[in-house]
Design a protein around this ligand. Structure first.
Ligand SMILES: [Mn+2]
Length: 348
């Protein structure tokens, strides 16, 4: 793997209370990375006071996965609002910007383990295990596990396989490094079939997710910049999955706004083909552009990103999107305005 400074990271570990923090509403990659990193640190340092903090908790798939593998331990896992211990060291895991850290958003001194292409936490990180070429943070933590000489129980290897499958979208994004790490994890006792089954057993969607997806579609605005179709909607939850389904239905770029603390949580998805064509991490760049223009913070991947913006006027968000795509493609046209602007202006 590209010059990852594993030795430096391992030798920086000292005794003391370590606190690992993931991004908000942690997904399986964040959860697998943080819990496994916790195992590595506690075994390497012979200490128990290593805590994992999930700002706003974790998503439903992660809960299901952890419960099935029986790795969730309430002695050292916390939601940010419930965590009140003192930490000597902070490690940020699988997060791209301050705002993703919930109650810990003003963290000043920390190490970073991450793979997001657009990451505004890198500059301040003291020690970093960072490789934007990796498809998941789980790959980086797996590599660390292999190099550290620490022996983990099989379920952590299975958990890491789950994190890799999740963030690589079931290996759609995988490359040779992903495959070689996966094969190592399986050789060490990780159960690929178990991880795959746990990931796909989520057959029926929750009622609330079905409603969010359908609402997202019913109020959709459709715009065009150059040859690209950009859709914008306004929903309060399940933005990521709703946007993914909009891409599947023909959108090139999909954006969702959700009211949060007087401003908006903005979620962005861009199709892989568009990212390839443009040759730049469009989703991540757009998220940081909106945050800079409208106040707040944002970052992410080439095809998936998000920002938290302070401006609560949906029209200003539309204007910012318009100006971004105008400068990128030369024009920005309305195909069908839909009802999203109205919806997003109503409740705050
Ligand atoms: Mn990730």
């Amino acid at each position: 793997m590209a010059d990852l400074n594993v030795d430096k990271f391992l030798s920086s570990l000292t005794r003391g209370t370590h606190c690992l923090i993931t991004h908000r509403n942690a997904d399986l990659d964040a959860v697998a990375s943080a819990l496994t990193l916790r195992e590595i640190i506690s075994k390497k340092m012979y200490v128990d006071d290593v805590y994992v903090i999930f700002p706003d908790g974790m998503d439903s798939l992660s809960k299901f996965f952890l419960n099935s593998l029986d790795v969730l331990n309430s002695h050292y896992t916390y939601v940010d609002s419930d965590f009140h211990k003192c930490c000597d060291f902070y490690v940020v895991v699988d997060a791209a910007s301050n705002e993703q850290l919930g109650r810990f958003s003003d963290l000043e001194t920390y190490s970073l383990v991450d793979h997001h292409e657009v990451n505004t936490l890198i500059d301040k990180a003291e020690i970093k295990l960072y490789d934007p070429k990796r498809k998941s943070t789980s790959e980086i933590v797996a590599y660390l596990a292999l190099k550290s000489g620490v022996e983990l129980s099989d379920r952590y290897y299975t958990l890491l396989i789950g994190g890799i499958l999740y963030d690589s979208r079931s290996l759609y994004l995988a490359d040779e490094v992903t495959f070689s790490i996966l094969s190592e994890l399986i050789r060490l006792g990780g159960n690929y079939v178990r991880a795959r089954n746990l990931l796909t057993r989520r057959t029926s969607l929750d009622y609330s997710e079905r409603i969010a997806r359908l609402k997202g579609m019913s109020r959709l605005g459709i715009y065009k910049a150059g040859k690209y179709l950009i859709v914008i909607t306004c929903i309060g939850a399940y933005e990521g999955n709703t946007l993914r389904s909009l891409l599947d239905n023909g959108a090139d770029v999909a954006v969702a706004l959700a009211h949060r603390d007087g401003g908006f949580r903005v979620t962005i998805r861009v199709s892989e083909e568009v990212v390839d064509e443009l040759g730049r991490p469009l989703a991540g760049l757009l998220a940081t552009y909106l945050a800079n223009k409208l106040g707040g913070s944002g970052g992410g991947h080439s095809s998936a990103s998000g920002s938290i913006i302070k401006c609560g006027k949906a029209e200003e968000v539309l204007r910012a999107l318009e100006s971004y795509f105008r400068s990128l493609m030369g024009n920005f046209k309305i195909v069908d305005e839909g009802r999203w602007l109205e919806e997003c202006s109503q409740h705050g």
